[in-house]
Design a binder for this molecule. Structure first.
Ligand code: PEP
Ligand code: MG
Length: 354
């Protein structure tokens, strides 16, 4: 990275006329966080929990998961860390949980698997809640949501995990405080009160969903009533809107997040989340493209999340444009009807920015 780009890494991500957009980190392994923090990311917008699952030969236990998540939460103690629940299936497989399907991307993926296997989901959520105790920067995000029922089912399980864990903690602590080898001798009532105070440090985190299946574009009001935040997965949203496999080189030329239909969908999602007063971010590859970041800023996205090495460059771009300029670029872009026109227009604009 050039010096002029690195110089802005630690400056706020604001436009020349003072409009802010938060730049966050996409991550999957706990290695390299320090380096990413040096690159100026304020928190994690997407922690892909399937990555630590993929590097093992069996499902990690609740305790193991707690340790893994705690390290991640501790890396950014004063910033939000958005952890996505297990998103396997599609192109991501676990060696110890084989799935064979004709159309994996339209099959058993993400939340569909964990709702069919609540024991996997509950253990994961319990581990996240335990890891968050005393740090309180966790946000939970659900992948591949395609209906309101899935959100309701997942929220029910998260509440179950929360209340069961709280009750267990209270009982365990009270028992510990009452036990004969405990130094302080307490009455049952005192122990119970103390245990409740300690278990009150277990808090219920915010819960949000990924917007990556096109059906959600038409259910934003109902979804916004249920969740605390939205995050667009533009990689999958592009794949599903255009019916183009994101990993098939045969059709790679058709896979493009700057397709006018994708941009119109993103704009609609941003407008609807503003209308329903729910924060929205984007954590797909589009956020790390300078032209993408400009359009997302103009659409009103509150946050964008990307791989660490892209953070300084995107900050540099945002700091060298005004919100007004970005809005006029967006306005013009939305009048274009082919992907080719979009790219050539945006390239001219970027060249003008330097
Ligand atoms: C996405 O779909 O854009 C996304 C961020 O998630 P993943 O790439 O892990 O599917
Ligand atoms: Mg996705």
């Amino acid at each position: 990275l050039t010096n002029k780009v690195m110089e802005v890494a630690h400056l706020p991500c604001i436009t020349q006329d003072g409009r802010a957009i938060e730049v966050l980190l996409n991550a999957g392994l706990s290695a390299g966080f320090e380096h990413s923090a040096k690159l100026g990311a304020l928190g994690i917008g997407l922690y892909r929990t399937e990555i630590p699952f993929m590097t093992r030969n069996c499902f990690p236990s609740e305790q193991e998961q707690t340790q893994i998540y705690r390290k991640v939460l501790q890396a950014f103690p004063n910033h939000g860390v958005t952890m996505r629940t297990l998103d396997v299936g599609g192109d991501k497989s676990l060696p110890y949980f084989p799935i064979t399907e004709e159309n994996p991307f339209l099959g058993w993926r993400g939340i569909r698997i964990t709702l069919d296997h609540p024991e996997i989901f509950l253990v994961q959520v319990r581990a996240m809640l335990r890891a968050n105790q005393g740090i309180n920067n966790l946000e939970i995000m659900l992948p591949m949501i395609s209906s309101v029922e899935e959100v309701d089912d997942a929220l029910r399980l998260i509440n179950q995990a929360f209340f069961e864990l709280k009750a267990e903690l209270t009982t365990d602590i009270a028992a510990e405080l009452m036990s004969s080898n405990s130094k302080t001798k307490l009455t049952l009532e005192q122990a119970q009160q103390k245990a409740e105070a300690i278990s009150a440090t277990l808090t219920r985190p915010k819960v949000g969903i990924m917007l990556e299946v096109p059906s959600v574009i038409f259910q934003m009001e109902a979804l916004a009533k249920r969740v605390d935040f939205f995050s667009v997965g533009s990689n999958d949203l592009t794949q599903y809107l255009l019916a183009v496999d994101r990993n098939n080189s045969q059709v790679a030329n058709l896979y493009d997040s700057f397709h006018p239909a994708v941009l119109t969908a993103l704009h609609s999602l941003a407008k609807q989340s503003a209308q329903y007063l729910t924060p929205i971010s984007l954590c797909g590859e589009l956020a790390s493209e300078p032209a993408g970041a400009i359009l997302l800023l103009a659409m009103g996205f509150d946050k964008i999340s990307m791989n660490g090495h892209n953070v300084p460059r995107i900050k540099w771009v945002i700091r060298h444009i005004s919100f007004e300029q970005a809005q006029s670029i967006l306005e013009k872009t939305l009048t274009l009807s082919t992907t080719k026109e979009v790219h050539s227009y945006l390239n001219t604009q970027l060249e003008a920015l330097g």
